[in-house]
Design a protein around this ligand. Structure first.
Ligand SMILES: C[S@@+](CC[C@H](N)C(=O)[O-])C[C@H]1O[C@@H](n2cnc3c(N)ncnc32)[C@H](O)[C@@H]1O
Length: 284
């Protein structure tokens, strides 16, 4: 945790691999827990809770979340962590399984990324998306020639990611993410209670939820529903309150469905300011 207590906006790294793991089809999910912990130690965070299903494994981290699919890793950690230190070990691990990296993301640490990404990723792009607020999204993408067809990613799929960053949370709602003194609960049981009383459990009733409450305050959860996840991380302290939400949508979903989800999320936090981004696999 940052010395100031302010954890800040997250950095998000998404690594896509191509190829199959003929032995089990589990691919990157074969990464053993000890090796995973070693990578996370370098990043400066730890696993606080975990859950998986037949599609992927999901980890709630002390500093956000990690999702491991057979050929995809998504890791999200806060501003003070060393997220990029996970790039090389994850790439190397993929190589030991015969998987090749074909895409990735981030910003000013472009130099570090360029030095640590495989040479075949020649189509690189770093962008800063300005907005009217004081916040900007920084995005770095990279893929190999095979992914680019007329500027559109060949891997463009049906799925896309929606992220919301919320600041200046409603004070009364933010209080719900503080533990009661001596509540006699574990991080898991207090997390479960927060999921219920805040309305987070209503966001997707079909999801299997893995939640965790920090002491004295703060909350993280991953929800998994078939091959899709959603994740929420809350820093409720007055003066620098912040919450993030991320979920996976499909172009085939009813458009109202995603809007309903977003409305439910905003109702949980009622932030003064929010910023939304969508990303698809087209790497555009
Ligand atoms: C939910 S954690 C995750 C941090 C990350 N920036 C995020 O938002 O995804 C942040 C909140 O948990 C609290 N917290 C308490 N103990 C913590 C710990 N050991 N590690 C990280 N956060 C902790 C912080 O004060 C803050 O309110």
């Amino acid at each position: 945790m940052a010395v100031s207590g302010f954890e800040g906006f997250e950095k998000r790294l998404e690594l896509h691999f191509s190829g199959d793991d003929p032995a089990t089809g589990k691919g990157l999910r074969r990464l053993d827990f000890f090796s995973l912990e070693k990578v996370l130690h370098a990043v400066q965070c730890t696993v606080v809770s975990a859950v998986g299903n037949k599609y992927f494994d999901s980890y709630v981290l002390s500093e956000s979340s990690l999702f491991v699919y057979p050929t995809k890793i998504i890791i999200k950690t806060c501003g003070t962590t060393q997220l990029l230190k996970s790039v090389r070990p994850f790439v190397d691990y993929g190589l030991t399984l015969g998987l090749t990296l074909c895409g990735c993301s981030f910003n000013d640490e472009v130099v570090y990324l360029e030095a640590n990404l495989p040479n075949n990723l020649s189509c690189k792009k770093a962008s800063t998306m300005n907005s009217k607020s004081c916040y900007k999204w920084h995005v770095f993408t990279a893929c190999d020639e095979g992914c680019m067809v007329g500027g559109v990613g060949m891997h463009a799929g049906d799925l896309y990611t929606v992220e919301i960053c919320m600041t200046e949370l409603d004070g009364v709602l933010a209080k719900k993410f503080f533990r009661r003194f001596n509540d006699g609960k574990t991080g898991d049981s207090a997390g479960r209670e927060m999921t219920e009383i805040t309305g987070i459990s209503e966001i997707n009733k079909n999801a299997l939820i893995c939640d965790y409450a920090f002491d004295p305050c703060g909350y993280s959860m991953n929800g998994i529903d078939k091959n899709r996840y959603f994740t929420i991380h809350v820093t409720p302290e007055d003066g620098f309150s912040y919450a993030s939400f991320e979920c996976v949508g499909s172009v085939y979903d009813d458009k109202d469905e995603i809007l309903e989800i977003l409305k439910k999320v905003v109702k949980v936090f009622r932030p003064e300011a929010l910023s939304v981004s969508t990303t698809d696999d087209g790497l555009d």
